[in-house]
Every structure is written in structure tokens, then in C-alpha cells.
Design a protein around this ligand. Structure first.
Ligand code: CA
Length: 365
């Protein structure tokens, strides 16, 4: 009897507490609503935790977890853990994973236009690329391009101007590129082909072995910070600059659209905001670390640093103009993207000649 009475009092106390809670939420305090959590997979084209490229999506997942107070958990997979490096686009498109992190130029088989959303030979540097994507019409075109694949694209990091690549012979004239089998994806690869070389697209993790065994004669990858991490200096002697083929490569996040549509508005905003943060963060990291890595390559590993000769660069630039124009004729969408890109580039170049370029010239004279 006594126990029953006590139990009854406890129940009454609990009911009363609930009543208080409801009253406080009605007065504007945080509502104790049911918390729905989401568990997503994010597949990437990079080795797990690879500096910059691989740590970018890890930072993204951590940031989303913190910003959402644990309501959106994202597990990041390295290349090959869930899907191979170059199948990220298809995996996210069909919903095997809700998100991907990669480079749009790997998907040129879907449309040549995709390549413009990573980097264009003699195109835009990182700062200019971000301007085109977010304020110059680039993002709208990118969304239009990916919509038929059920994908939403987001900026996913930028490497800044890359290095020109690793060679086992000097490049003194355009003829030295003839017959050269070189790893170079995207539009840069098409320019290399026009110069008489044979471009190959390989995921990063395969570069060292391919170069060391002679399966390829030369390769580009990213810049000193990443190239040092792959040990490419052990397989090639000459390191050329600048990366005319990738002057500001932007990585991408892709989101499966049906999955994105299931998120409440605040989580959608968190995904968008975290991608913008990581996009800039990656560039900051490369900017701070590349030259230390370069000093190690040259000082410790005795890498021979070489500039591309001026006339070689001039010829490559002319070939790039030809290739871009030809590629733009392949379909309506590519033409639209090309026209937007070139119009933006001409405009931003005009201003940057007077500002960024004039300043860099003034500083180094
Ligand atoms: Ca590259």
C-alpha cells in the first residue's frame, strides 16, 4: 500500500515536471522536440587522410558534426575503401554514398563541361576561380550540369597554382613533350596531347609506382606539400614550374540530391556553409605549407627545380586556346560554360593586371 502511494507520488511529480517543460517551451525556451539524426557516408578519390586533399573532407565532417550538435554524422572513406577513386561521381549519383569529394575534371566522360569546374589551362587562379563559382555565374551552371545525375555540387577546396610536373629529362622545347606518356587529367591533358604527348589519367595513389616502373614517363600531381607526401622525388629528377595546366584547381563536394532533400533546412545550410569554410581552409593550408615542402625537396632530396622555358609556355598557351574553343563546340552545355568562363576570365584579368599582378611585380622587382 505504502509502495503504491509512493509510486503514485513519483508519477505525479513526473507529470508535473513535464507540464513545466511544456510551459517553458511555449514561452520561447528551447523545445525538447524529438531529435532526428542522420548518418551519411562520404567517399573520396584520395588516400584516407592524405594531406590537404584527404584531410579537407575529414575537417568538413568534423565541422558538420559540431555545427549540427551531432545531428548529421558523416563517415569519410578513402579511395578504394568503399568505391574506387574514379567512381566517386557514380557512387554518389546512385546513392551508394550520400556525399563525395573529388575533382570535377575526372568526369569529363559525362560531359566535357565538367573539366571547367576544376581548372582550365591558363585559366583562373584560386582567388579568381572562387569568384567565378560564387559570384560570376559558375555555380548555377555547375548545378545545371550535375542536376541530371541527381547531384548537387559544392566547392571543396583549392590547391592554388600547382607545379608543372615530374620528369626524368629536361624540357627545353615543345619537341621534348612529343611521345611523352604523362599523367595529366582534364583539359591540361588535352593540351599535352595537342603538343604530341600521351596524357594518362591515374588516381594519385598509383602515380609513384607508375612512374618508377616506367609505365608513364612523367607525371604531375599537385604541389610540393602533396608531391613530397607521395615520394615522387624518388622516381623523377626534374621538377618543373609553373603548373600552367592547373592554375587554381578547385576540388568538389558532391551531394546526392534525394538525400540532401531529406535534411531539414538548418542542416542543409550547415552542409553548404561547411563546404565554403573547407574550400578556403584548404587553400590556406597549401599556401602556408608548400614552400617548406619545396625547400625539403630541393635541399634534402636534391630535386632539380626547373622553369618551363618561356617559348614552351607561349606555345602551350596558344594550344590551350585552340583546345578550349574546340571542346566548347562538343555540346550546348559545354559551350555555355566555356562562354561564361572566358567572359569572366577576360574581365577579371583586366582588373588583376592592375592590382594582383602589378603588386606582385612591384614586390619582387
Ligand atoms: Ca594536378
Amino acid at each position: 500500500m505504502k509502495f503504491k502511494l509512493l509510486a503514485g507520488l513519483v508519477v505525479a511529480a513526473l507529470l508535473s515536471a513535464c507540464g513545466e517543460k511544456e510551459a517553458s517551451s511555449a514561452s520561447g525556451a528551447a523545445a525538447p522536440a524529438e531529435v532526428k539524426t542522420f548518418n551519411w557516408k562520404l567517399v573520396t578519390s584520395w588516400p584516407k587522410n592524405f594531406p590537404g586533399l584527404g584531410t579537407g573532407p575529414e575537417k568538413f565532417a568534423t565541422l558538420v558534426d559540431e555545427m549540427s550538435n551531432g545531428r548529421l554524422k558523416i563517415k569519410v572513406y578513402g579511395a578504394g575503401q568503399l568505391v574506387p577513386a574514379l567512381e566517386v561521381f557514380d557512387a554518389v549519383s546512385r546513392g551508394t554514398a550520400q556525399m563525395g569529394h573529388s575533382g570535377a575534371y575526372y568526369w569529363k566522360g559525362k560531359s566535357p563541361a565538367a573539366q571547367f569546374f576544376t581548372s582550365v589551362p591558363f585559366g583562373l587562379n584560386a582567388q579568381e576561380m572562387h569568384g567565378w563559382i560564387h559570384y560570376g555565374g559558375g555555380m548555377e551552371l555547375w548545378q545545371e550540369l550535375y542536376a541530371p545525375f541527381n547531384l548537387i555540387p559544392l566547392a571543396g577546396g583549392n590547391t592554388g597554382v600547382q607545379m608543372g610536373g615530374w620528369f626524368n629529362k629536361e624540357i627545353n622545347s615543345l619537341d621534348d613533350l612529343k611521345g611523352l606518356k604523362m599523367r595529366m587529367p582534364g583539359l591540361g591533358g588535352e593540351v599535352l596531347e595537342r603538343a604530341g604527348g600521351t596524357p594518362v589519367t591515374l588516381p594519385g595513389a598509383e602515380l609513384f609506382t607508375a612512374l618508377q616502373t616506367g609505365a608513364i614517363d612523367a607525371t604531375e600531381w599537385v604541389g610540393p606539400y602533396n608531391d613530397l607526401a607521395f615520394g615522387l622525388y624518388k622516381a623523377a629528377k626534374y621538377y618543373y614550374y609553373p603548373g600552367w595546366h592547373e592554375p587554381g584547381s578547385m576540388l568538389e563536394f558532391t551531394v546526392n540530391k534525394p538525400a540532401f532533400d531529406t535534411l531539414p533546412k538548418d542542416l542543409q545550410a550547415i552542409v553548404r556553409t561547411a563546404s565554403r569554410a573547407v574550400n578556403q581552409d584548404m587553400l590556406d593550408e597549401y599556401t602556408a605549407r608548400n614552400n617548406y615542402a619545396l625547400k625539403e625537396l630541393v635541399g634534402k632530396h636534391k630535386v632539380q627545380l626547373r622553369p618551363y622555358p618561356k617559348d614552351v609556355l607561349l606555345k602551350l598557351r596558344d594550344l590551350s586556346d585552340e583546345v578550349l574553343l574546340e571542346v566548347s563546340q562538343k555540346d550546348e552545355m559545354t559551350k555555355k560554360v566555356y562562354e561564361s568562363f572566358i567572359k569572366y576570365r577576360d574581365n577579371v584579368m583586366e582588373y588583376h593586371t592592375l592590382t594582383e599582378q602589378a603588386f606582385l611585380n612591384a614586390r619582387s622587382q
